[in-house]
Design a protein around this ligand. Structure first.
Ligand SMILES: [Zn+2]
Length: 428
């Protein structure tokens, strides 16, 4: 297939080229040509007046929590979890996890996300949603062991790694929930497994101030120091949040080449704090971007997350972050965090064809001041509504609508579920 005469191609290649009036060839799941291309008995899509860019990567989320969107909006993290989220999750069965993930994947695709990094229960059900909608995902069975079922969860987490090692849309990861919810032995055991299989080690780190203080009191180390002490920090670590880091923590993350998944909306909503992203970047830490679950966001729109990131870190210094740096977080940096930088996050010969098609005649994209102005419009102006979306070479969104789902039915079912979740939290 050839995408012919693309007005602007945002490549996100190493020199961050924005190409004008250019063609792009997709063979199967892969981008195989960029330039002035002659169609060779293949489908041609006319792209004049269109902008093509890499699909965005949500580096930290819990997709199925889409069903809990808006269940509680005015609580601190621990109260929010204990009074609302945990009781509702107790009621969540396999079908709910599947339905929540379908709702989430639909929203993600329609707002321009083509890959998400998930941590939750029953990943097989989330995999069904991935296959149905055609989105790409990194899936894990969350591991924690505060209730005596740790061993069972570890086995399931390992099973997930074995099962999805060779899937066209799914990569597995290992995801211990956090240092405070897993025993040291558990953290180490699953790390060994992640290393053996070369998969990411996805963990919540220093989300709240009290989490940090409690950990310091109990262990005499910050969560980051503790991870380092036990050999759990390296380039496969995806540290979600990293809101409360000391200067030593930042240096450790940089030295060990660990990745941070920044979740500014969730951190603001739960009053958890603001991660010092400019300082982390200055230290050389790879910063990716995530929405976290939609009960704490309350959506999956990575264009919104980019704008929020840019503005949040400009509050003290308007020169802190450029739009290009923020776009990098949502594309190439996310890919790097997941160990997939050769495949996704940029559009180059040999990368997977995960891309968005936007209309350059959209008011949000005009005018633009040169090529940098286009990037600026994408990060600070566009609100996330691609016309078409391709994942792995397959068209999964057309005219702004996800193709793989009966949306009306999904929305109706999701609405019906609210009753039982509200009851669960009221009874808690
Ligand atoms: Zn999270």
């Amino acid at each position: 297939m050839i995408l012919k005469n693309i007005e602007f191609l945002i490549t996100q290649n190493p020199s961050r080229e924005v190409l004008k009036d250019i063609d792009l060839r997709i063979d199967g799941d892969t981008v195989t040509g960029i330039g002035d291309l002659q169609p060779d008995d293949e489908e041609v899509l006319k792209m004049s007046g269109k902008l093509v860019m890499p699909g965005l990567i949500n580096a930290h989320t819990h997709a199925s929590m889409a069903l809990l969107r808006g269940i509680s909006d005015n609580k601190k993290l621990m109260d929010w979890l204990e009074e609302y989220i945990f009781p509702a999750e107790e009621e969540m069965d396999a079908e709910d996890i599947r339905l929540g993930a379908i709702l989430a994947s639909t929203e993600m695709l329609e707002t321009g996300t083509t890959c998400f990094n998930d941590m939750y229960e029953k990943p097989d059900k989330i995999a069904e949603a991935v296959e149905k909608t055609g989105i790409r995902a990194v899936l894990s069975r969350a591991v924690f062991d505060w209730d005596g079922d740790g061993e069972k969860r570890i086995q399931k987490a390992k099973e997930t790694v074995r099962k999805y090692g060779d899937h066209p849309l799914i990569r597995p990861s290992i995801a211990p929930h956090a240092v405070y919810s897993c025993k040291t032995e558990t953290l180490k055991q699953v790390k060994k497994y992640a290393e053996k299989h070369g998969v990411p080690y996805h963990i919540h780190v220093s989300e709240t101030r009290s989490e940090n203080q409690d950990h310091l009191e109990e262990h005499g180390l910050t969560p980051t120091e503790y991870l380092e002490e036990h050999g759990l920090l390296d380039s496969s670590t995806v540290a979600a949040h990293s809101t409360w880091l000391t200067e030593e923590d930042i240096e450790l993350l940089a030295e060990k080449e660990a990745n941070v998944a920044h979740n500014p909306a969730a951190n603001l909503k739960l009053g958890s704090g603001i991660a010092d992203i400019p300082r982390l970047m200055q230290a050389g830490v790879n910063i990716s971007l995530g929405t976290d679950g939609p009960a704490s966001n309350n959506n999956f729109n990575m264009f919104e997350e980019m704008k929020l990131t840019a503005l949040l870190h400009k509050r003290k210094d308007p020169e802190a972050l450029t739009p290009q740096q923020v776009l990098d977080m949502a594309t190439v940096n996310g890919a790097k965090a997941l160990g997939m930088e050769e495949e996704i996050g940029s559009i180059q010969e040999g990368t997977k064809a995960d891309l968005l098609v936007l209309d350059t005649q959209d008011t949000e994209l005009k005018p633009h001041y040169g090529k940098q102005g286009i990037i600026s419009n994408l990060v600070l102006s566009h609100t996330g509504h691609p016309e078409k979306v391709f994942v792995n070479g397959e068209k999964v969104v057309e005219d702004g609508e996800a193709l793989g789902v009966n949306k009306k039915q999904v929305l109706k079912k999701a609405q019906r579920k609210t009753e039982k979740f509200v009851q669960a939290s009221e009874n808690s």
